[in-house]
Design a protein around this ligand. Structure first.
Ligand SMILES: Nc1ncnc2c1ncn2[C@@H]1O[C@H](COP(=O)(O)OP(=O)(O)OP(=O)(O)O)[C@@H](O)[C@H]1O
Ligand SMILES: [Mg+2]
Length: 371
């Protein structure tokens, strides 16, 4: 666990100090990712550098696993903390292999052991070791260099990682891929991570907790969903933007917005009867289930209006369904893609368990808003 206690940094003279970080306190449990978020110059990097004492705090303390870091030997402290710097910072005259092994080499690890580790790490992010170990940084793309920057920080297997805009130099499309890669890796390695970003979407995606800074002060510290649902003040509300409800989509499970009441009919039912049931349930479609319970066909009220005959005469195949464990963003994109205003939700066995509609989604996203 990492704890910051009244952490403060003044630059400049004592008589006329500039307060870069102002009395910041927060707790981060082991194995979680905290994203420091805020506009340029708000104190993110300074806060981060006080954790591995690249910057000496003016006052306040940092505890790692209960230990006051000002009592820990500086070299030992840095050894236990991986650090990804803001501008990648690979050494241009060293190969990728030697770049990754810088810290293990400094620590005096067995050379063979650290080279094996470099190979494993490259494999982990999909860079083929035979191709990349012996290359120099300038022979890699920007995204590949950033991957190597992250690997280098991981090489000595430190429990804590500080990452200063580690994916900042990557274009938006590749950035998504690297973020996903990194999250997958984190599932296995479970490091305690302080991560600086000024990209809200990145923060929402990566963070267990988000710390929003302004002018050196910690304005709010909360889980992403909490933050988006309940911004503490108008600065944060402005910072999150008017589409914060949309940003919540990826944080809310389909099961939270799912309505369990839905209409099922058999193909041999009359259209009239299907319409009656839809009206009774105030639903815009009826579903025909396969023998295994999967949603197979549907008849919408528009398709049924003014028609006679049976459901089987007019129904159409269900083009999409979403799993209850998926997030609402996936649900909405299926609803758009297949023009399905009522989307069936299925359980892990593929059986239909409910439906989501635009209305059920909107009313769920509205929960917890301040007004
Ligand atoms: N060594 C220094 N001496 C004086 N002022 C400094 C020093 N380092 C940083 N500052 C100031 O402290 C403030 C916080 O800087 P910091 O680097 O922590 O910002 P940041 O939030 O990381 O910004 P960015 O998003 O641009 O990286 C800034 O106003 C900066 O100019
Ligand atoms: Mg910075």
């Amino acid at each position: 666990m990492i704890r910051l206690e009244n952490l403060t940094k003044h630059f400049g003279s004592a008589s006329n100090p500039f307060v870069a970080v102002d009395n910041v306190s927060l707790d981060l449990p082991s194995g979680e990712i905290c994203v420091l978020l805020g506009p340029s110059g708000c104190g993110k990097t300074t806060t981060m550098k006080m954790i591995n004492r690249l910057i000496q705090p003016t006052s306040g303390k940092v505890f790692i696993d209960g230990k006051d870091t000002s009592t820990v030997d500086l070299i030992e402290l840095r050894r236990s903390i991986g650090y990804v710097v803001q501008q990648i910072g690979l050494f241009p005259n060293k190969t990728i292999e030697d770049n990754i092994c810088i810290v293990p080499d400094l620590l005096g690890w067995d050379r063979r052991k650290s080279r094996v580790r470099a190979k494993e790490l490259l494999d982990l992010v999909g860079l083929h070791p035979d191709l990349y170990l012996k290359r120099y940084p300038k022979e890699l793309s920007g995204g590949q260099q950033q991957r190597v920057g992250v690997l280098r920080a991981l090489a000595a297997d430190p429990p804590v990682m500080l990452m200063d805009e580690p994916f900042g130099a990557i274009d938006p499309i590749n950035r998504e891929t690297i973020q996903e890669e990194f999250l997958k890796m984190q599932q296995e390695i479970r490091k305690t991570i302080i991560f600086v970003s000024h990209d809200l979407d990145e923060a929402v995606k990566m963070a267990d907790k988000i710390a929003i800074f302004r002018g050196g002060k910690l304005e709010q510290y909360a889980a992403p969903d909490d933050l988006l649902a309940r911004p503490a003040n108008s600065f944060i509300e402005d910072f999150l933007g008017s589409d914060r409800a949309l940003k919540r989509l990826r944080l809310v499970n389909v099961s939270a917005a799912m309505e369990t009441g839905f209409v099922t009919v058999s193909p041999s039912s009359s259209v009239e009867e299907a319409l009656r049931e839809m009206r009774a349930m105030r639903s815009i479609a009826a579903f025909v289930l396969a023998p295994d319970g999967a949603p197979q066909f549907l008849l919408s009220d528009e398709m049924a209006a003014g028609r006679s005959g049976t459901v089987g005469d007019h129904m159409v195949p269900v083009k999409g369904s979403v799993r209850m464990g998926n997030d609402l963003r996936q649900a909405v994109s299926l609803m758009f893609a297949h023009d399905m205003p009522l989307l069936p939700c299925v359980d892990e066995n593929g059986r239909m368990a409910g439906v989501v509609s635009y209305r059920s989604i909107v009313s769920n996203l509205g929960h917890g808003e301040n007004g």
